[in-house]
Design a protein around this ligand. Sequence first.
Ligand code: AGP
Length: 597
Amino acid sequence: MCGIIGYIGSNECTGFLIDGLKKMEYRGYDSSGICVKNGSLTILKREGKISELEKSMNSSIKGNIGIAHTRWATHGEPNEKNSHPHMSTDGKIAIVHNGIIENYNSIKELLIEEGYKFVSETDSEVLAHLIDKCYNGDLEDAVTKALDNVEGTFGLAVIHEDEKKIVAARRGSPLILGVGENEMIIASDAVPIVSLTKKVVYLDDNEIAVIDENSYKVKRLTGESVDREVQEIKWNIGEIEKKGYKHFMHKEIHEQPTAMENTIRGHINEGKIKLSVDIDVEKLERVVISACGTSWHSALIAKYYIEDIVDMPVEVDYASEFRYRNTNLRENDLFVVITQSGETADTLAALRKAKSSGCKTIGLVNVVGSTIAREVDSGIYLHAGPEIGVASTKAFLCQITGLLLLALYINQEKGGTNDPKLIEELEQIPSKIDEILKHEKDIIKIAEKLTYCRNFLYLGRGLNFPVALEGALKLKEISYIHAEGYPAAEMKHGPIALIDNEMPVVFIATEGKILDKVISNMEEVKARKGRVITITDSRDNKVKKLSEDILYIPKTLENLTPFLSSIPLQLLAYHIADMKGLNVDKPRNLAKSVTVE
Ligand code: AGP
């Protein structure tokens, strides 16, 4: 949602804070602000991109203690007065906040009655005044007391004009400490920290941290001290640079062969699957999977894998739906959450609901040390590396890789035999993705013809149905073109009314037992002058005759086609959006990690 960052140390910090905001712009970018302490507090806020703030910076804004914020609006429209930091009325306290204060209205009313002056429409501003109200010369104590009255979520950093420290606290929004030499950093994620230090401390929910130039201490909000060890970040700053690509998304599409190899690494040994997950396979009766967005699409693919390989019932649900349903989870269920960021609020809520039902929980997570990664009973890290582009690509590929490994593992542990050809072919997939990437120019040619289109349909059957959903999501979220994914057979139950000679219909039509049925659907579209674009590994002449354009993918086993058919769809969406001159990495209204409900 939003990105917060704070610095305290021996160096002047404004440059580091602004650079840190830029590195977190994918978390939110409708306005930003900075506050530094140099004797008194100096603040600067601007609507729009962080470059607007940077342009307005001047030499009077300097100091070696500071906090900064890049916003994704939840309460109050994106403008300067609603941007963070928010200040106490006397200008002595500044706060930056990521999250939602659910009882802010009642707190605001009480504070206004006591004479506090509000200048914004945000929920976050109540924190500045509430901390001010509780302040009696000790910032840590004031923040603790203030948060005792708060319902909702926060990743929070606070500074006071009279104190040489930063106080930070978290509940439901991520917060990480960076431990440097004579300098400490607090930030929403590790990306802006790693340029100064790889030593980090992950805060848990309902914890408060007090940091100064040379030390940090962590406590529960209830007061108990917490002994939290320093961990080492494994990836390096280079991985979060663009390396000559125009957009992070384009780089991440091309990183997929390596990313997938990293996901597999250490999990396949002479045909045996090795996972350090805690599952009681003897008692296991059902798998329940919950996720959002692209991660929900990979969950649908996992359903096919587990039903086919383990012959076990699988239920898949949007996390935002699961968390409010009477889901009758049983203790012999295995609950799986899938999430790139590890911070998606709905997915976290679904996980916590499942844990309260007593069933085992597993997480497939990309961001190491993220909240969900630390709350599941066990899990599989995707090791896809930082995914900066808002549209998920390599994380999706690594999710379905991890989910296939999980299906194979459960089958193996239940005494079943896995198909050695499937495992061998899985390890060949990265090189087959490389082959597809080498034909990117064929995809660019097709994209050039479609940039003006206003509606797309994506159709597939079986495993290709979730791929159709994912292809449609990629297009709509970065090109703003309306696109719908559908099971191909469902087209005749309504969407066929949309078909005309302006509408591209993208078929994922790979070899398999139902290809003939998909060809019939292609004929139905063609008969209505629809424009058929086909992703296929088939050389069937009928497919060729019916398609305006064909994007061939290498042959593979039927179960593995999603690993390949999703790649051209990512590239098609990317090039259409890029040709439209859109901000591919930071699409309007979106954020990389949706930490609000
Ligand atoms: C995917 O391209 C989107 N950015 C979005 O749907 C994303 O998959 C969703 O918000 C879930 O995020 P997560 O995997 O970090 O939980």
